[in-house]
Design a protein. Structure first.
Length: 359
């Protein structure tokens, strides 16, 4: 069985959960990633053989920083991309034929489902929201975008199945759905190794900061030093080099192990951060995301879970963390959520594609 896995180029969250699922496929599955997410990312996260065929068919949201969408640029970029897709559809169908693709999985490239339908092969969506959910709100300010958004809805409707990840949008345009528990990486507690690596006093609290790699340069990160009871870790260097912040190397520590070991995650929220905090029982301090329809759903799910504190954007950018860190310190750490979501996704995808090929 040969599967083409189309992944949006919007950030790495979609690629991360796709990688976790792909690691659960049977050995006889041949896998091709069809995306512009760099191949090196999959080399780090996928522990099975795969091929890589770079291509880009959507743009997600164009952002000005980690939480703010440039709606005008998003509308223009996606419209241009969709016009190109309409022209290259026969070429992409031929690519599937030439590569003997048995089925397509998409997270959450709309065009992938049109390719599958035109090629006569099954397609499966894996997501908790779609670009239609995001883009439909943009039509108020950009009425000319409406035909493109309706085309996105039509393309999603071509999918044979939706693997509906926990904390989903309604997505009623999919014909069939299978609810799936959270998909993400589960780490090991390496707290003692972290204290040793950075020579930290063991009476300190640990927090892991994920800012992304753009749009937060104006924050005066040196103010982290006011939180004397906390030490902070992260993948990226911060401006003004606060003495209690330490850059984590992914060559030394697995990121999911860091998540499992700290007292708090500090981040914007997307599906990946939400799922991995639940799976590792790690409290999260987060800031709102404007103009992103997925945010209220995830926010409600975190409130129901009880392990998160939402910090207003001004307080986050001003590093007014004191009350939130105090609240998190007083919380009972949530128990890690046991989930077989990735295995369920992988197994159902294989069954759907096999059933399609039976005469």
């Amino acid at each position: 069985m040969k599967i083409a896995y189309y992944i949006t180029s919007h950030g790495y969250g979609h690629a991360l959960r796709s990688s976790v699922i792909c690691n659960k496929f049977s050995r006889d599955v041949e896998l091709i990633f069809r995306t512009k997410v760099p191949e090196v990312f999959f080399r780090q996260e996928v522990v099975r053989p795969f091929s890589y065929a770079p291509a880009e068919f959507d743009c997600g949201c164009i952002q000005t920083d980690g939480v703010t969408v440039d709606v005008g640029r998003t509308v223009a970029t996606y419209s241009e991309r969709a016009d190109k897709n309409a022209v290259i559809l026969p070429d992409e169908v031929q690519w599937c034929v030439d590569n003997t693709i048995d089925g397509i999985v998409s997270d959450i490239v709309p065009f992938a489902f049109e390719v599958a339908a035109s090629a006569g092969i099954p397609s499966i969506a894996v997501t908790n929201f779609t670009w239609w959910d995001i883009y439909v709100e943009y039509c108020v300010a950009f009425p000319r975008f409406a035909p493109y958004v309706e085309e996105v809805r039509r393309q999603y409707g071509l999918a044979d199945m939706l693997m509906e990840l926990m904390a989903p949008m309604p997505m009623e345009y999919f014909k069939k759905k299978i609810p799936v528990n959270p998909v993400g990486r589960v780490g090991k507690n390496i707290r003692d190794r972290l204290f040793s690596e950075y020579s930290l006093p063991k009476n300190k609290h640990l927090a892991l900061i994920y800012t992304g790699n753009f749009g937060m340069d104006a924050i005066r990160w040196e103010k982290l030093e006011q939180f004397a009871d906390w030490e902070f870790l992260g993948l990226y260097p911060l401006g003004n080099s606060p003495s209690n912040y330490h850059v984590v190397s992914k060559r030394v520590f697995r990121y999911q192990d860091c998540i499992a070991s700290v007292d708090c995650m500090i981040s914007k929220i997307g599906y990946g951060v939400y799922a991995e905090c639940l799976l590792n029982g790690t409290p999260i301090m987060y800031l709102p995301r404007e103009g992103f329809a997925e945010y209220p759903v995830l926010d409600r799910a975190i409130v129901k879970w009880g392990g998160g504190v939402c910090l207003p954007k001004n307080d986050f950018y001003g590093l007014n963390f004191g009350d939130a860190l105090g609240k998190i310190s007083s919380l009972n750490r949530p128990l890690p959520l046991k989930s077989d979501g990735a295995a369920v996704c992988a197994g159902e995808i294989e069954l759907i594609i096999k059933a399609f090929s039976v005469p």
